[in-house]
Ligand binder design. Sequence first.
Ligand SMILES: [Zn+2]
Ligand SMILES: [Zn+2]
Length: 248
Amino acid sequence: MILRILGSVSPYPKADNNCVGYFIYDTNNNQKILLDCGNGITRLMKFPSDLENLTIIISHLHKDHYADLSAIAYASYVYHNLGLLNSKVKVYIPNSKDLEDYHYLTNYGTENYMDFYEYDEKTELNINGINVSFCQTQHNIKTFAMNVIKENVKISYSADTGFDENISTFFQNADILICESSFLKHQKNGNINHLSAEEAGILAKKSNTRKLILSHFWPEIDKSNYLNEAESVFENVEVAIENKEYIL
Ligand SMILES: [Zn+2]
Ligand SMILES: [Zn+2]
């Protein structure tokens, strides 16, 4: 599997940085999974090939995690009409009927050549041999962390979350943990919905993860600040950089 970083910042894209999105490509069966779909990530996707056999999983319905779905829906529609796309894009979103965003998205309509499905904590997806499971995080709307597992490779993704030691059990022994790192610790100021870089490092250590990739940065702050803070508690850490690939 190849993991490609498509985005690394929130709440808005800036220069070479997009809002969050992580593209997983299983080269053996031409299967693609996109974890979150933030503003600007389509700039780094290869169309139409990345749309074929594509499953998108949205962690929660904050716009920095789904805004580019509209671009993918339109692209999917056009490439289908041109006869260059054979499969519909599948999109999994949390069961969140209480949110306006849920109704906005699911009313996109079939002309967009995109199908929506719901998931919750009990859902276990098997996407052509790739297993995806979910764990609800501590955030201000319903949000899910994810494990993507194929054979003995495990990629974990925190989505947006406050500090909760229990979630480290879910991430246990991940080969890669992509973890949000919204704050530097001096900025956190009691916020319970996001992590500092240091806390991301603590979770990586507790979960015995092999490599930590920090992401979800403030666009105006140099990424090296987050890296330095996490490195004080966890050794094998990198910052998410757009277009960087990891082969697993
Ligand atoms: Zn959020
Ligand atoms: Zn976010």
